[in-house]
Design a protein around this ligand. Structure first.
Ligand SMILES: CC(C)(COP(=O)(O)OP(=O)(O)OC[C@H]1O[C@@H](n2cnc3c(N)ncnc32)[C@H](O)[C@@H]1OP(=O)(O)O)[C@@H](O)C(=O)NCCC(=O)NCCS
Length: 153
């Protein structure tokens, strides 16, 4: 879990925290979870789309909870949930979540194997199944994109 108090430099003139600030925190929280699982440095290879359905304002305490949802051979998917709380009243809400994929690397930047992820209950097993399907889709998309880029020259 990671916490950060939002200040004026994080926001626009109306006090809404920039989406990019939240995305950076999401990436940091996800990378920490992936690093802990891998026991090695990681790099971000993919960030899935992220929608912001509720605003976060200056003065909010943002909490990021990250959970590893999939481990492939060298890649790890992490789900990050963002919560915003008014630290004075204690009122809080979940504002958004995102899925990110990291690859474990050695000191030369070469992908290295990661430990497998073991589901400890039914919910985790279902999340892992869904994550596997997402990762298969990402691989397919990435391959299709490369083919189109090659056609472009
Ligand atoms: C991440 C990186 C090391 C992977 O190198 P690569 O030569 O593509 O390696 P591979 O093709 O063996 O892929 C490694 C893993 O990433 C996965 N992967 C690659 N592209 C992916 C994508 N777009 N989405 C999801 N997973 C992806 C592969 O499926 C593979 O997973 P697996 O081993 O669990 O099956 C390389 O692309 C890189 O250095 N990217 C830049 C990372 C970076 O700078 N990030 C921002 C700063 S942290």
């Amino acid at each position: 879990m990671m916490n950060r108090l939002m200040g004026p430099t994080d926001a626009n003139n109306l006090g809404n925290v920039h989406g990019g600030i939240i995305m950076k925190l999401v990436d940091e929280a996800g990378a920490l979870a992936a690093m802990r699982h891998a026991g090695s440095p990681v790099v971000t290879v993919q960030i899935d789309s992220m929608s912001f359905s509720k605003p976060i304002f200056v003065g909010s305490l943002v909490t990021l909870e990250a959970e590893c949802t999939y481990a492939g051979r060298t890649s790890i998917e992490v789900r990050v949930t963002v919560k915003a709380e008014n630290p004075i009243t204690g009122e809080g809400t979940t504002t958004n979540h995102g899925y990110l994929v990291y690859v474990a690397i050695d000191s030369a930047g070469t992908p290295i194997e990661v430990p497998s992820l073991i589901a400890e209950n039914e919910a985790q097993a279902r999340r892992m199944e869904q994550a596997q399907a997402r990762q298969a889709f990402r691989k397919q998309q990435s391959k299709a994109e490369k083919e189109i880029d090659e056609l472009d020259g």
